[in-house]
Design a protein around this ligand. Structure first.
Ligand code: CTP
Length: 488
């Protein structure tokens, strides 16, 4: 981050657009400030897309608040700006919220009136009054998001920072401006935002603020799934997503929004034999995939790859703990979790299902003998997702045993080489079989039936095992022999 003096801020904001806002606000005798994420990102030297402007000051014509309690100053300023900016600018007014939005090229400016909301004892409905910039700042989520810079000409570039957001930026602290219980109960989504900002920025959550996350966690239930997943996805997309997931877990939010994940936590020991803690293992895999540049869906696949383990866990007196078929159980859990969490139910969900189901295959091949036929099958089933599957599989090796890791990576490289060689030779990815079901029915005069499936499957197995090439004549000949042997 960079500390700027007011003079430097004025220089940074010395842009025709801000100057125009300043001049127009002066003419209308309104005060205005750029606030929120834009100011935070200025100090963090990060690009910021949206510009939020708060408008205060008493407007004489008709007053600032209309009969419905909506602020008007922001709309008046936006309309005046629209006139000056001309027809290449679009203006949208949201009267009920007292906000206006200006779009000029790629720049989006949102203007809001400063409001003061107070709650009377006998009503939960807020009484809206004309507010000052300070009133506006105290209703914001975090001190680092509650800084304002004045745009009026006389004070252009003056930082207004009543909650010392600048020091929190410097110390890398996420803290609420007010008592966190108030800030979070005003909008419980802020609990997710709190963890999200801490994760994205690698900041610490202030202790009091963190305690309030735990106390208020149940309130997350009143927030829509869409808003929650939006924040969770931002956490997952951070450089080290495990930090955010652990924070969510420590304050108890994770158990509410994603109980299947917290169910992975813990180690059970019997007869001196324990299994690994699958929660922390999963987070390591997620971080590994993030480090490898995985996109959101590969990261979801990492988060869910072992999700079926608690349900498949068994104790075998001879072999110790087993998790047989956890990949298939996990695959079945993907759709219901995606549906509940408002994640897309389309090909992205299918992709996660596929990777969860196949995640052990490359390791199994590497552990065993790396045969052509095993690799061919893997290529066939993974199709175009083979590279992502290999990334996930590589990320899944979190053993602390140096020798085991070395052995694995050696075999893994062999699988990779074979994948390339076989793909070049046989073009298995997205392979279409030389003879399809319709032709099989015609060939043998069969109606759609189990027999057709049996023949088709036998042909597929023979191709994948390298017994016959995927060519029409060879397949027909194989099918005829197969049918004859079935008839006998
Ligand atoms: N804000 C808030 N409470 C919320 C959402 C937003 O107080 N639940 C305030 C914060 O001051 C925030 C500003 O509104 O800085 C703008 O919000 P938004 O555009 O959602 O976030 P940014 O801070 O701009 O950050 P990002 O773009 O990363 O979401």
């Amino acid at each position: 981050m960079k500390l700027y003096s007011d003079a430097e801020l004025a220089h940074l904001l010395d842009h025709p657009l801000f100057r125009l806002v300043a001049q127009t606000a002066d003419e209308l005798e309104l005060e205005c400030y750029v606030v929120g994420g834009f100011v935070r990102d200025l100090f963090l030297e990060r690009p910021s897309k949206d510009i939020d402007i708060v408008v205060t000051g008493r407007h004489t014509i008709g007053g600032n608040i209309d009969t419905k309690g909506n602020t008007r100053n922001s709309i008046l300023l936006a309309q005046a700006l629209k006139k000056k900016l001309g027809r290449h600018t679009t203006l949208s007014v949201f009267k009920n919220f007292g906000t206006a939005q200006l779009k000029a090229g790629n720049t989006e400016i949102e203007l809001v009136g400063a409001r003061k909301e107070s709650y009377s004892h006998d009503s939960r409905k807020p009484i809206v009054e004309d507010g000052t910039i300070d009133d506006d700042q105290r209703r914001r989520d975090f001190t680092i998001n509650a800084m304002a810079i004045c745009l009026n000409s006389a004070r252009f570039g003056t930082l207004v920072d009543p909650f010392d957001g600048i020091y929190d930026l410097e110390d890398k602290i996420i803290r609420t401006p007010l008592d966190p219980d108030i800030t979070f109960s005003d909008d419980p989504l802020r609990m997710m935002r709190c963890v999200r900002f801490a994760t994205q920025l690698s900041f610490q959550i202030d202790d009091k603020t963190f305690d309030a996350l735990s106390r208020n966690r149940e309130r997350i239930k009143i927030v829509s799934g869409e808003r929650i997943i939006d924040e969770l996805n931002k956490i997952i997309m951070a450089d080290t997503p495990s930090r955010g997931i652990i924070d969510l877990h420590r304050c108890g939010l994770l158990g509410i929004i994603f109980p299947e994940l917290t169910a992975l936590e813990g180690v059970e020991v019997r007869n001196g034999r324990g299994h690994k803690d699958n929660f922390y293992h999963t987070l390591e895999v997620l971080d590994n995939v993030a480090r490898a540049g995985g996109d959101l869906w590969l990261r979801w696949a990492a988060l869910m790859h072992d999700i079926g383990k608690p349900r498949s866990k068994r104790w075998d007196p001879a072999g110790g703990w087993t998790f047989h078929n956890h990949n298939f159980l996990g695959e079945k859990m993907v759709a219901p979790i995606f549906r509940r969490m408002k994640l897309p139910m389309d090909e992205r969900m299918k992709y996660v299902e596929k990777l969860v189901s196949l995640h052990m295959r490359p390791i199994a091949i590497a552990d065993d003998e790396v045969t052509d036929s095993a690799v061919r099958r893997l290529l066939f089933e993974a199709g175009d997702d083979i590279d992502d599957l290999m990334t996930l599989c590589n990320a899944d090796v979190t053993s602390k045993n140096e020798e085991r890791r070395r052995q694995f990576h050696q075999n893994f490289e062999l699988v990779k080489e074979k994948l390339v060689a076989i793909e070049e030779k046989d073009r298995i990815r997205n392979m279409k079989f030389a003879v399809d079901g319709d032709e099989i029915m015609q060939m043998f005069g069969l109606p759609p039936s189990r027999e057709v499936g049996v023949l088709k499957n036998a042909m597929k197995e023979a191709i994948l095992d390298g017994i016959i090439p995927n060519e029409h004549d060879a397949c027909v000949e194989f099918l005829k022999k197969m049918a004859a042997s079935l008839n006998n």
